[in-house]
Write a protein that binds this ligand. Structure first.
Ligand code: NAP
Length: 490
């Protein structure tokens, strides 16, 4: 059932032949169309430089998109309705002279909502905004969606924001972080602010530490060129991990509306204790994957990957101990960890509660887990709360048991992909789950000194075997305070 297919709009996808468009955006739009969330008069226009007719593009996209839908979800009937909305225009966004053609194609329709989705490299963002404005397409009804990474440092991000801001007011800029569109991430908000149970415990008096892990088994694949310039810190920590940290740590907003939510996230980014000078060596770990083996498969070292420099110093793994200097979180370490070519693919937030002040009962477990909340974002979305319970039989020996909320089992409905939800939010003009300019810049302000510290005194990332859990130094980082990474089962 459609929720609100009320707004007729034009969705213009720049980079319409790229990986993101084919793997994520067009499948998401297909599902929104199939389930009646797009107004009958909504049109989709894909753009790229490649010379292609409408028919040729639709034919090619049909083949591509059908691979990325869940098995059994592709239907010829649905596709033919979807294809009628879909057009292609060959256009080089760096050439202003090409934009009058785009304006003609979209036509004069005052008041019509237009979503310009920039699924291209960020160095094209400013020119695209400028050229849209030059042909009158950056009007009050136009929204611009920017993909990450937005810049590679505070000055570069600020420059992009300034350039975009000349033509699009902040309320019409949607900086996307697709992690915020994930069901389990929104469930974290539901859990925290829709239940009275956790709030009294959600603070330093009761929480021992927090872990946020975004682990991948894949290497850089075809993205070597981009990745070797970015590295894990810019690619993952600056956006996804810091956004997750904000949602765990922020205060309850007064309303669930964009400015209120984003104000609270910003306060957390501003309260992050700076990591500078010698602290960079103390509380950060960078690694790079070396050769290794997984399931009998030989995996090459990072520096042998396609388009990667053989002397590359780029990190493919980062672990950090982060502190938040405010009343709620003072003294609670937040451990962040992300990397490629690791033993397991999973994204998880773990809240480890403090131990009971005095143990009455024996523990049937070597390291007592006691109360731990595990919010799993992928591969499957779930929330698990570990409690201590009596082991059956004689005596009072305790062991951990889980209260397990698996969303796929609890809700039989199809799981929405993050891009479906976020695209619908853009159409409806709801920026709650998008990043505001000051958030992005506060994140860079905190990240930049770490990158500088690495450059100044800490040049080589530590090697770790492909298929492992990362460099040993990441374990030492948490063991210093008597903690350990939770390598929970799949
Ligand atoms: P990609 O596969 O390289 O696609 C780039 C797209 O931009 C292609 O359609 C390309 O088509 C088009 N393009 C390049 N130069 C152009 C120009 N001058 N004028 C018009 N079109 C141009 O890149 P991608 O992986 O889709 O990523 C796109 C953006 O999304 C990047 O900023 C990336 O960091 C971000 N992102 C991607 C993913 C992902 O999963 N792929 C995830 C998160 C964020 P032509 O060459 O035919 O022009």
């Amino acid at each position: 059932m459609a929720t609100q297919p009320g707004i007729a709009c034009d969705i213009v996808v720049f980079g319409g032949t790229g990986d993101l468009a084919l793997r994520k955006l067009l499948p998401a739009l297909y599902y929104l169309h199939r389930e009646g969330h797009l107004h009958a008069d909504t049109r989709i226009l894909a753009l790229a430089r490649r010379n292609e007719s409408n028919q040729g593009y639709r034919h090619w996209v049909r083949r591509q998109v059908s691979q990325y839908l869940a098995p059994g979800d592709f239907s010829d009937t649905v596709w033919s309705g979807f294809a009628e909305r879909l057009d292609y225009l060959s256009l080089d966004v760096s050439q202003r002279v090409e934009f009058p053609r785009l304006a003609r194609q979209l036509g004069q329709q005052p008041g019509r909502v237009r979503v310009f989705y920039l699924a291209t490299l960020p160095n094209l963002f400013a020119a695209t905004a400028r050229h849209l404005a030059s042909v009158g397409l950056a009007d009050e009804q136009a929204r611009i969606v920017l993909e990450k990474p937005l810049g590679e440092s505070l000055p570069t991000a600020a420059r992009i924001n300034d350039e975009i801001g000349e033509y699009f007011s902040e309320s019409r800029v949607f900086r996307i972080d697709h992690y915020l569109g994930k069901e389990a991430v929104q469930n974290l908000l539901a859990l925290r602010f829709g239940n009275a149970l956790f709030e009294p415990l959600w603070r330093n008096a009761h929480i021992e530490h927090v872990q946020i892990s975004v682990l991948e088994t894949v290497g850089v694949e075809n993205r070597g060129d981009y990745y070797d310039r970015a590295g894990a810190m810019r690619d993952m920590v600056q956006n996804h991990l810091l956004q997750l940290l904000c949602l765990v740590a922020m205060e309850a907003p007064v309303h669930f509306e964009p400015e209120a939510v984003r104000n609270e996230k910003l306060k957390i980014l501003e309260a992050l204790r700076p990591i500078t000078g010698m602290d960079v060596q103390d509380v950060t770990v960078r690694g790079q994957y070396a050769a290794g083996k997984r399931a009998g498969e030989e995996l090459p070292a990072y520096y042998f990957e396609k388009s990667v420099d053989h002397d590359s110093n780029t990190e493919t793994f980062v672990a950090l101990k982060v502190e938040i200097d405010n009343w709620r979180w003072a003294g609670v370490p937040f451990y962040l960890r992300t990397g490629k070519r690791l033993a397991q693919r999973k994204s998880e937030i773990i809240i480890q509660f403090k131990s009971v002040p005095h143990r009455l009962f024996a523990q049937g477990h070597e390291t007592p887990t006691e109360n731990r909340l595990v919010i799993r974002l992928q591969p499957d979305e779930s929330i698990r709360l570990s409690l201590m319970a009596k082991s059956p039989g004689r005596g009072m020996t305790l062991q951990p048991v889980d209260l397990d909320l698996n969303f796929a089992k609890a809700f039989k409905k199809r799981r929405w992909d993050a891009y479906e939800r976020l695209l619908l939010d853009v159409i409806q003009g709801d920026a709650t789950l998008f990043m505001r300019r000051d958030e992005i810049e506060a994140a860079w302000r905190w990240i930049d000194p770490i990158l500088t510290g690495w450059q100044d005194c800490y040049r080589s990332p530590k090697p770790y075997a492909s298929g492992s859990w990362g460099p040993d130094a990441a374990n030492s980082l948490v063991e210093r305070l008597g903690h350990q990474w939770f390598e929970t089962d799949a």
